[in-house]
Ligand binder design. Structure first.
Ligand code: ATP
Length: 653
């Protein structure tokens, strides 16, 4: 059964709607044969023969069918025994054929026909009954009345087939397959060639999933000591960190059937389909056990139940989740089916899903650190033709905060940039351009900027650079540019420390550096501009977090309004009073204002250096750490690791 879901196996229709069409056609044909001529065993006769039979007194009744211009002729009992009528008398079609006429004829003109009969009857003094009737075609009428229903059914079947994705791909998506799981099956026959070698870094996570592969390959090793094989593992982490990749590697290495699907594959517009698909998925997996089920983006169905369902619209999702919970409980450990799932949002998942016995293990897949980035570069540089031996340390340093997916993108982008420049191989500069492109967006050389605007941008960026240079805890600067890119008109790039905990003074210094742009405009031109929008957004968020999340504000004290369960996403009710709301607003505003004034003071005290830096920026458009060192001298707070070159994170104008 599972074969049906194997992408390599052509799907066979289980149930064809053609039989319905067949029945309709058969009925129509049947109607043509029988409906139109219910007295088909009756013999045809002519008007002259009829006149003769009539004169002989053989006819008991004539029924004139006015709408078909035919007449049915019924013989008397005696006439039936006559030789001349032998043929018709011995050929009854139905047992009730006494009701059947023995002859039928096309009479032509009704008036003439009627006159002839009346005349013969009068001449021979006959009491033959003459009746008038119309022929109704019962079967034809029935079919006609059924036709609209048949049409509706045919259209419905057609739509169902389309909806379940089968119309284009053969007979795969029959209506009766709608409740079937959409999982793709990878097994030894499928050529998925992802292995653990393709997954760089993530040592801890790799070890854990490798163990899962081991469980499946060699269950006795674990169960012989009384241990139980885990039922599921949840891969949790930010987007692009390699969760799906890790699962694919498991598929490649485990050499057991691997069912892969996304949480949203359970969702359909019909009630009950999700639950039915979950049942089917587990049934297929159990049939093929030992097997692995991988559900990507499990939050699509795994969100905590009973939340945000004012409208009751989540019922279907809840049913699906309930079914998943039941199935995960339902199979014994000896069935050897392990469920892997991935999500970016473990915080919103239902607690029941996370408990031991379901997803026994949670594997955190974090953003890569310096060494891991280096390894990821190694993996993605494999297919790329580079001009020189690249310094991977340098590249890894250029990309703090990048996920594996970002790094893959940098490598690809660098190759594209080199190809655009008609180069034979990719150079280091192409990689740097790719990083700039990914962080800042596409360079906009043709953007029209007036000299005055350019000057403002230069001072704004120089303001960021100067303040961050002078503050101990601000991230060290790497590069300042006034080349417009993406949405930004200029940018200051920093090398942020990869900190695990952050202190208030560090956050405040960063806020001060962010306000340095607007402060420089104020100090130099005594005017401010809209250019600081993204800076303001950033500091406001930071200040709000300090006050309401991290409890870092003296006035509000050690309190947080953060709810890690995601239960209160500040929908209709705030978790604090109106009065507290006002105090929060005041504290946020005070904090930002203080940092702004601090930046203004710093820049006013160093106005000459700020001007020198801005002038150099106007002249060169891009300046690096060395240029700053020439103006300001060596940064007093420089740490050892910063001495190595360059870049990241941008602070837009
Ligand atoms: P999402 O949560 O958005 O689904 P994800 O964590 O599942 O993201 P993947 O789809 O696994 O991320 O990663 C995307 C791509 O990034 C991979 O195809 C791979 O090219 C690259 N990548 C990510 N992490 C790594 C890694 N550790 N080693 C090598 N390549 C990686």
């Amino acid at each position: 059964m599972a074969k049906e879901n194997n992408p390599n196996t052509p799907k066979k229709p289980r149930f064809s709607s053609w039989w319905i069409y067949g029945v309709v056609i058969a009925l129509i044909i049947g109607f043509q044969f029988f409906g139109g001529s219910s007295f088909s065993s009756t013999e045809k006769t002519t008007t002259s023969e009829l006149q003769e039979f009539l004169r002989n007194g053989d006819i008991s009744k004539i029924v004139i069918i006015t709408n078909t211009r035919q007449a049915k002729v019924y013989l008397t009992e005696e006439a039936l025994n006559k030789d001349v009528h032998k043929g018709v008398a011995k050929k009854p079609l139905f047992p009730s054929s006494s009701l059947m006429p023995q002859y039928i004829l096309d009479y032509g003109d009704l008036q003439i026909f009627q006159n002839e009969i009346t005349e013969i009857k009068k001449e021979n003094n006959l009491d033959t009954i003459v009746e008038f009737d119309t022929e109704s075609n019962v079967l034809g009428d029935l079919l006609l009345s059924l036709l609209p229903f048949a049409l509706i059914i045919a259209i419905w079947i057609y739509l169902m087939r389309r909806m379940s994705g089968g119309a284009g791909g053969g007979a795969g998506g029959q209506i009766f397959n709608i409740g079937k799981s959409k999982a793709k099956l990878f097994d030894e026959k499928t050529d998925t060639r992802t292995s653990f070698k393709d997954v760089a870094g993530l040592e801890g996570a790799k070890e854990e999933v490798q163990e899962i592969v081991e469980f499946l390959k060699n269950p006795d090793k674990y169960t012989s000591l009384g241990g139980k094989i885990p039922k599921g593992a949840l891969l949790v982490g930010p987007p692009g960190t390699g969760k799906t990749l890790l699962a694919k590697a498991v598929a490649g290495e485990a050499k057991v059937p691997f069912f892969s699907l996304s949480g949203s594959d359970f969702v359909e517009m019909f009630v009950g389909v999700g639950a039915s698909r979950v049942r089917d998925l587990f049934k297929q997996a159990k049939d093929k056990s030992p097997a692995i089920i991988f559900i990507d983006e499990i939050d699509a169905i795994g969100r905590a139940r009973g939340k945000n369902n004012f409208t009751g619209s989540n019922d279907e999702r809840e049913n699906t989740l309930n079914q998943l919970l039941t199935e995960m409980d339902g199979f014994g450990t000896n069935t050897n089916v392990i469920v892997l799932a991935a999500t970016n949002r473990a915080d919103v998942l239902d607690k029941a899903l996370m408990r031991a016995g379901r997803f026994d293990r949670q594997i955190y897949v974090d953003l890569p650190d310096l060494n891991e980035r280096k390894e990821i570069f190694e993996v993605h540089l494999r297919p790329i033709k580079t001009a020189e031996t690249l310094d991977l340390d340098f590249l890894a340093k250029q990309t703090p905060g990048f996920s594996g997916a970002d790094i893959a993108n940098v490598c690809n982008e660098a190759a594209l940039i080199a190809a655009r420049k008609e180069k034979k191989a990719v150079t280091k500069q192409d990689f740097l351009d790719a990083v700039d492109r990914i962080v800042g967006g596409l360079e906009k050389k043709n953007k029209i900027i007036t000299p005055e605007e350019k000057k403002t941008i230069a001072y704004h960026e120089a303001g960021h650079a100067t303040v961050s240079w002078m503050l101990e805890h601000a991230a060290p600067l790497v590069k300042v540019t006034i080349v417009p890119r993406g949405q930004s008109l200029g940018a200051a790039w920093y090398l942020p420390e990869e900190r695990l905990i952050v202190r208030p003074e560090q956050m405040l210094d960063e806020m001060c550096a962010t306000m340095g742009g607007r402060a420089a405009e104020k100090v130099i031109f005594d005017k401010i501009s809209t250019g600081a929008l993204s800076d303001l957004e950033k500091v406001t968020k930071q200040a709000r977090a300090m006050v309401t999340i991290y409890g870092l504000n003296d006035k509000l004290g050690n309190i947080t309004y953060y709810d890690s369960s995601g239960q209160n996403e500040y929908g209709f009710t705030k978790p604090y009073s109106e009065e507290t709301a006002q105090r929060i607003d005041q504290e946020i505003s005070k904090m930002i204002e203080e940092q702004y004034q601090r930046a203004i003071k710093l820049l006013a005290d160093n106005k000459d250096k700020l001007t020198e830096l801005a002038d150099r920026l106007l002249e060169k458009e891009v300046i690096f750490k060395d240029d700053l060192e020439k103006i300001f001298g060596r940064r007093p707070f420089e740490k050892e690791e910063e001495k190595l070159e360059p870049a990241d994170k941008l602070d837009d104008q």
